[in-house]
Design a protein around this ligand. Structure first.
Ligand code: SF4
Length: 285
């Protein structure tokens, strides 16, 4: 019975993912798709579903995984272990990049200079993910962003009056710079709760612990607030997503990127955020 239930549940999840991939044309034939694999439940589900759709011949693409080791002591090691195991079990090409090796300091060391560790973490992770995906010739970078993450991100942009970030809304980004690998979000319509049920029901090897810095973030506060709202008013998260989708689309083609004068990566300013932060951290360390 349990087997039948999980089969049914998995099937429904897969249908949701297929719908997003097809409706928004996330993957073109022959694409090389890199999954940003943290070892957490969302990225592992993304990898497993894409691998299944590939092996069943539903879509035609190449798959690989990239894990970023931020250097968060007592936390990241387990996630990396889970990322390695999942990629290995599926036979997916796997690449690991460490912030410490690449930049000369760990996130734990860098975090002391910021109000929250999530600020340098996000900047360096995005920077290294894009650079590695681009070096590996990837056409798309698939992230494990689920419906909850998307609504949180949107509300964060509102709270920070960061209108530019509205352009990142939606399951697919356009290629706005030759060195910027477009991101896709196959779990865009999947609520976080369903990802959790999937991991438990299928006894998947995922890293379920919460990052020790998570409590510092605005995202974490919004997440609690939205969960509370959803509990009392079911459907709120999906309604917010639909509202944003209908009313607040920014013309993504208007977002122009130049090239960072230091590292050559795509950037909206002459020096990218990653180089700017790197400089500041190295001076202070
Ligand atoms: Fe990085 Fe913050 Fe996420 Fe921890 S909670 S992994 S510091 S973004």
């Amino acid at each position: 019975m349990k087997h039948l239930d999980s089969q049914n549940f998995n099937q429904k999840l897969e249908t949701k993912v297929k719908k997003v991939i097809t409706e928004y044309n996330l993957i073109d034939d022959g694409d090389k798709v890199a999954v940003a694999l943290s070892g957490g439940k969302d990225s592992v589900l993304t990898l497993q579903i894409l691998d299944k759709l590939l092996k069943e011949g539903v879509f035609d693409f190449k798959l690989l995984a990239i894990a970023i080791d931020e250097g968060i002591g007592g936390y990241r090691e387990e996630g990396i272990e889970s990322a390695r195991n999942n990629a290995y079990q599926l036979g997916v090409e796997y690449h690991e990049v460490s912030i410490e090796t690449e930049l000369g300091f760990s996130l734990d060391e860098a975090s002391q200079f910021f109000q929250t560790a999530c600020v340098p973490c996000g900047v360096f992770r995005r920077h290294l993910l894009n650079r590695t995906a681009c070096q590996l010739g990837s056409d798309k970078l698939a992230t494990g962003h689920n419906l909850d993450d998307e609504v949180q991100s949107f509300l964060m942009s509102f709270a920070r009056a960061d209108v530019r970030r509205f352009a990142k809304f939606g399951p697919k980004q356009d290629r706005i710079h030759p060195k910027m690998v477009p991101r896709i979000k196959p779990l865009w319509l999947v609520p976080e709760k369903e990802v959790g049920i999937w991991a438990i029901m299928n006894e998947v090897d995922v890293h379920l612990a919460e990052c020790p810095y998570a409590h510092q973030s605005l995202r974490s506060r919004l997440k609690n607030y939205l969960n509370h709202l959803e509990e009392n008013h079911p459907g709120t998260k999906m309604n917010l997503l639909k509202f944003f989708q209908k009313n607040l689309q920014l013309d993504k083609k208007k977002v122009k990127l130049a090239q960072c004068q230091i590292c050559g990566e795509p950037s909206s300013a002459s020096t990218c955020k990653a180089c700017e932060m790197q400089e500041l951290i190295k001076q202070k360390l």
